[in-house]
Design a protein around this ligand. Structure first.
Ligand code: SAM
Length: 289
């Protein structure tokens, strides 16, 4: 059984030979916690995604400390060096450019590697865009799915879009502003334009904006606009009772029945695509989902 207890909870941190994964603000620098500042000030060194971003926090809070770069390009090379530093008794803070390291940011692999070497990993929690967007959306939040950035490969992407279209849970997605319009189009094709959605733009920043209510409304809102800033998308899950007729699982059942009745997969998909106003390929792939 793995177990470790910490001096930190008696207020004596940072401890030697410990990696601190430190959450930083997603915009408003005042969102950093006093505990995070104490760690950044007192660790032996800070591993950060981009030194220029981390310096903004350090300058504002008058912290000087040694910075080393740790990003997706050098993480494999840097992890053994960090382990060596921990062996020498150093304490290390890991930060990303914004939010929680490891959430679509460098840091996902490091905790496992460090723990497997027998060192302690402690998270100093901070802002996360996904959670901030979810909570402010007002959509059900007791159970949700976080997809991060959707995969670019068509088959993988369609698989996830299909899952979102039939999921009862709220889904959260990250997307870049210049790809938002095409993602909204895909969401409309898979989920229908009436599905509830909220686009959270520039959370915690000066021009924070929340745009809803349905996918169609949001497409219309952004139609003539150039989209800039950081974007998190929250999509409401289906209500099985209310959306029974619209739900993909229902269409899948109908697809199976038509095939049993003698139609080919292609013929049945074409018929249901026309009937439901959904792309034929989406219905075709339901057969394999
Ligand atoms: N680790 C971060 C976290 O904990 O939220 C996420 C890092 S990921 C590389 C960056 C993406 O997070 C952005 O493209 C955007 O989708 C989302 N994001 C970050 N800051 C945001 C903000 N202030 N408002 C809305 N979305 C944001």
């Amino acid at each position: 059984m793995k177990k470790y207890s910490l001096l930190s909870h008696r207020g004596e941190e940072p401890e030697n030979g410990t990696l601190y994964i430190v959450g930083t603000p997603i915009g408003n620098l005042d969102d950093i916690s006093p505990r995070a500042l104490k760690i950044l000030k007192n660790v032996s060194l800070i591993a950060c995604e981009d030194t220029r971003q981390t310096k903004k926090i350090m300058n504002k809070f008058i912290i000087s400390n040694r910075l080393i770069s740790f990003n997706k390009h050098n993480s494999l090379r840097k992890i053994p060096k960090i382990i060596n530093d921990l062996k020498e008794g150093k304490s290390i803070a890991l930060v990303s450019d914004a939010g929680m390291p490891g959430i679509c940011d460098p840091g996902e692999d490091i905790a496992k590697s460090i723990k497997s070497e027998g060192f302690d990993v402690i998270c100093i929690p901070g802002a996360c865009a996904a959670i901030t967007a979810l909570v402010s959306s007002g959509m059900p939040s007791s159970s949700f799915v976080f997809e991060g950035f959707l995969p670019k490969k068509k088959s993988e992407r369609e698989k996830i879009l299909l899952e979102i279209s039939t999921n009862e849970k709220t889904t959260i997605i990250y997307e870049s502003p210049h790809r938002l319009k095409s993602l909204l189009k895909e969401l409309s094709e898979f989920c229908g334009g009436e599905r509830e959605i909220e686009i959270a733009r520039e959370l915690t920043k000066k021009f924070e904006e929340h745009v809803g209510n349905t996918i169609d409304d949001v497409i219309e809102f952004f139609r003539e606009k150039d989209i800039i800033g950081e974007i998190t998308i929250v999509i409401k899950g289906i209500n099985k009772k209310r959306d029974l007729k619209l739900s993909m699982s229902n269409i899948k059942k109908e697809l199976n029945e038509l095939i049993k009745a003698g139609l080919t997969l292609s013929e049945a998909s074409k018929y249901l695509a026309k009937k439901n106003g959904i792309k034929k390929s989406i219905i075709y792939n339901l057969n394999y989902a």
